[in-house]
Design a protein around this ligand. Structure first.
Ligand SMILES: [Zn+2]
Length: 428
């Protein structure tokens, strides 16, 4: 069925920004303009006062299937994605079993097809079992449909293994995504190391644990020529090193998560385990550096690191509770807050959620160009709402933003020319 979205502000970052109509036909963007001719029987969506943007692309989610379906399934994760305006999500391989072979990749793609909500693109493991020792069959993973490789959750500690991974990744033309953390430096830590960790008596993770691995990975990307994507950078040092690497033409891209530019380690006071994630919440200075990095293009991508955990797991003590928070349904509002703050223009903010990630992974997504897949998100940028985790489509509720009054809400999400989420009725 054809869909005519009329009267909205269409923002296709870097290509178009203005009030216009958008016609979707046969699953593709058919035309954009002032007086679009719609076929008879077209479904009409009035978008006056709303933004019409490319469906968001999240390069970093954990959907927990296979293995931890009580936290999230591919279906519930995809429902959470489209409720947050995300039409394409890339799933990290730390499932059980780990996505280190074709069979798991195909299983995930099959579950995603059955859910029929968002485009779910698996990320394959770098090493077998993500154990950091023996390389996975990167060519097989690529052929089965993996769009990148990563051992996220665990860093690849051996520099030699990482070098070999980058050499293979270059040959198969996939980006290597690393969770930058020196496990020896970070050992036993559960929050950022500094004044607050000392006051709370909690073991800390120094920012150097991230910085040294960013430095190593940049050096290896320079050595091999591979495409390096740095997951969830959180420190001033990381931003500085990525900026310098880019200025020298090294193939590096970087992502930041909304929590890392919205709150600091101060949120850990009160021992709320929903303020526990890895990398940890950092200092005010780090938050400023992340914002500067977003502003000057050092950071290409906003990704959620959506990491669902069951309530009883998060109800343990701060040192025992697992790392991670859910993020798909709050990312847009937290990103739009950067526009109000003057950090990003509206177009740049939308770009960090769409064109930026699509370019980083070389995906044919994140655009409203005529002929491209009709993945479209319609947003009310002014609507205020209160974050209520009990209303999340995700199976999990672990967010530090419960009760926050935020602005900007997803109204409609369209994937491949089909409405998959409508705020008035829920996912379709
Ligand atoms: Zn990670």
């Amino acid at each position: 069925m054809a869909i005519l979205i009329s009267g909205g502000q269409i923002i296709d970052p870097g290509r178009f920004n203005g009030i216009a109509d958008l016609l979707i036909d046969q699953g593709r963007i058919a035309s954009i303009g002032a007086d679009v001719k719609a076929p008879t029987g077209v479904m009409k969506i009035a978008a006056e006062g709303r933004l019409v943007v490319p469906g968001f692309v999240d390069l970093h989610v954990h959907f927990r299937e296979p293995g931890y379906e009580y936290k999230e399934t591919i279906r519930s994760g995809a429902a959470s994605a489209v409720a947050g305006g995300f039409t394409t999500v890339c799933c990290m391989p730390n499932t059980n079993p780990v996505n280190d072979n074709q069979a798991i990749t195909e299983f995930m793609l099959e579950r995603a097809r059955a859910a029929g909500l968002a485009n779910v693109l698996p990320i394959g493991a770098i090493t077998k079992g993500s154990e950091g020792k023996e390389l996975a069959e990167i060519g097989d993973l690529r052929r089965a449909g993996c769009v990148a490789i990563s051992d996220d959750g665990k860093p690849v500690m051996s520099s030699l293994v990482m070098r070999r991974a980058m050499e293979y990744a270059l040959a198969f033309d996939v980006p290597v995504v690393d969770h930058c953390e020196d496990l020896h430096l970070a050992e036993g830590g559960c929050m950022n190391e500094g004044l607050v960790s000392t006051e709370l008596g909690l073991p800390g993770i120094p920012s150097a644990a991230e910085d040294v691995m960013v430095a190593r990975n940049v050096a290896l990307a320079e050595l091999t020529g591979a495409r390096l994507h740095l997951a969830h950078i959180s420190t001033e040092g990381s931003v500085r090193m990525v900026r310098e690497a880019k200025s020298r033409g090294i193939h590096v891209t970087a992502e930041a998560c909304p929590h890392h530019f919205t709150i600091t380690e101060e949120a850990v006071r009160g021992y709320d385990t929903c303020a526990k994630m890895n990398p940890p919440l950092r200092t005010w200075k780090d938050v400023q550096a992340i914002k500067d990095g977003l502003r000057d293009g050092t950071i290409d991508v906003i990704a959620t690191d959506h990491a669902p955990h069951a309530t009883q797991e998060k109800q343990q003590g701060f040192t025992e509770a697992p790392f991670g928070i859910v993020g798909l349904e709050t990312a847009l509002s937290l990103t739009l807050a950067l526009v109000d703050e003057g950090v990003l223009s509206l177009e740049a903010a939308i770009g960090k959620l769409s064109t930026g990630p699509a370019h980083a992974f070389g995906l044919n997504k994140g655009t409203l160009a005529v002929g491209s897949d009709a993945d479209v998100t319609i947003i009310d940028p002014h609507e205020q709402w209160k974050v209520d985790p009990t209303k999340f489509r995700s199976k999990s509720r672990n967010t530090p933003f419960a009760g926050w009054k935020v602005k900007g809400r997803v109204h409609t999400t369209i994937v491949g020319g089909r409405v998959v989420f409508d705020a008035a009725v829920g996912e379709q």
